[in-house]
Design a protein around this ligand. Structure first.
Ligand code: ADP
Ligand code: MG
Length: 402
């Protein structure tokens, strides 16, 4: 339990002050939004930004992080998204001060935090499997970080009790203070873990796949809840997930990691609608690939008459990516020439699989399964129209198709 103790016994003069001010009931002048006495939240002056500059971390033969640059604004909710092993946890641990980077530096506001200890950084941390203290009640768990401060910096008992009540209200478990963790559901436990992390009024809240162990339905509920909570608190938050939906739905900005590097940073809309590379396109959703080339401002596929305008690209070999719901079936003779090879019925749509003339790979078109939808017969010739797509040059090894 050493790590746990470290994580929750952390403090600093400034943080303690803001908690005390909050407990005192006045609209706080602390640098960050804090809880006020009646359980509502006061957003005060902007807090500090976080700046990650050239951070690198190597393990024996792996670059877990390679020259990561990232600025996180005060009050932002940023998702670190990427497959397993892409470096998400390593980056979160570097921000927390649980792990020292080999290269680069980290600024908390104007302060170089690279050498600061975990305690000095005053971060809040929630892990996927970070169990609550089993022998403590919910209220005691939440109070832990404040109670274990040195006496000089510790709020008095009444202030801590008030703070715990506020947090129980915030996580919508007002009657649960006296319960023990084993009397809670998985989702409730993670809400309590979040309250415990928030109790110290952290500089930044770090969440490592906090809903990863919960079932799908609870996961969706909790991520919506967390988003609303974030809108209330304005707490600067870094959220790690490998789940695309979770990242897109929850975050102000998404940072997509791949092999220890940032592949793209953007708003969910930017990441979804303007993926910077084939990798991002395919990681974020289902993708069809067409091979071809760019010729004087148009994408041209082998054996096809259609020329698709792609103004911004130089001539050369290229691939086109298009999502199954961004394709329309039209009559044969229009659009791309294709033949239906299979029809797959799903719960909410029909996926029509097509062999496109001149292409090695088949292509899937999603049709919404309304009663009136016209599903073409297997073996029939059809035309395919592209509503939205992205074209990528294949010259660069990293951006070429698999
Ligand atoms: P993620 O959280 O995205 O799944 P991690 O940050 O845990 O990824 O890991 C990034 C890379 O660093 C992986 O290749 C992983 O195997 C490696 N790695 C992480 N921690 C260690 C460690 N303690 N020792 C050796 N390699 C590690
Ligand atoms: Mg991880």
């Amino acid at each position: 339990m050493n790590l746990a103790h470290d994580l929750f016994a952390i403090d600093s003069e400034q943080r303690t002050q803001s908690v005390l001010q909050a407990g005192g009931g006045a609209a706080s002048t602390a640098a960050r939004p804090v809880l006020v006495h009646d359980g509502r939240l006061a957003t005060t002056r902007k807090g500090m930004d976080l700046s990650i500059q050239g951070i690198g971390k190597r393990y024996a033969n792996v670059a877990a992080l390679d020259a990561i640059d990232l600025d996180i604004a005060s009050g932002e909710l940023v998702a670190l998204l990427g497959p397993s092993g892409s470096g998400k946890t390593t980056l979160l641990r570097v921000i927390a001060g649980l792990l020292h980077p080999d290269a680069g530096r980290l600024l908390f506001g104007d302060e170089d935090a690279t050498q600061l200890s975990l305690r000095e950084r005053n971060v809040g941390f929630v892990f996927q499997h970070y169990a609550l203290f089993k022998h403590m009640t919910v209220a005691e768990n939440i109070a832990f970080g404040l109670r274990s401060r040195p006496r000089r910096k510790r709020p008095d008992k009444a202030t801590i009790a008030r703070r715990v009540e506020e947090l129980l209200t915030l996580i919508q478990l007002p009657e649960y203070g006296a319960r023990y963790p084993e009397q809670l559901s998985g989702g409730q436990k993670q809400r309590v873990a979040l309250a415990r992390a928030l109790a110290i009024d952290p500089t930044v809240l770090l969440l490592d796949e906090p809903f990863g162990a919960l079932d799908a339905k609870v996961r969706v509920e909790l991520r919506r809840w967390l988003r609303r909570l974030h809108e209330q608190t304005g707490q600067t938050t870094v959220f790690v997930t490998h789940d695309q939906d979770e990242a897109l739905e929850l975050a102000d900005r998404v940072v997509l990691l791949r092999d220890g590097r940032i592949e793209q940073v953007g708003t969910p809309d930017e990441i979804y609608h303007a993926p910077a590379s084939p990798y991002v396109f395919e990681f974020i959703g289902r993708a069809n690939v067409l091979e071809g080339r760019v010729e004087s401002g148009h994408f041209v596929a082998e054996d096809q008459a259609v020329r698709l305008p792609v103004a911004e690209h130089a001539d050369g070999p290229a691939t086109l990516r298009v999502r199954p719901h961004d394709l329309d079936l039209v009559q044969a003779g229009e659009g791309l020439r294709a033949r239906v090879v299979a029809v797959h019925r799903r719960v909410d749509h029909v996926a029509v699989e097509l062999a496109v003339t001149g292409q090695a790979r088949t292509l899937e078109v999603d049709l919404i399964a309304t009663p009136s939808v016209e599903v073409p017969a297997t073996g029939s010739d059809v035309g395919v129209r592209l509503l939205r797509f992205r074209v990528y040059p294949v010259s660069d090894g990293r951006t070429s198709h698999a």
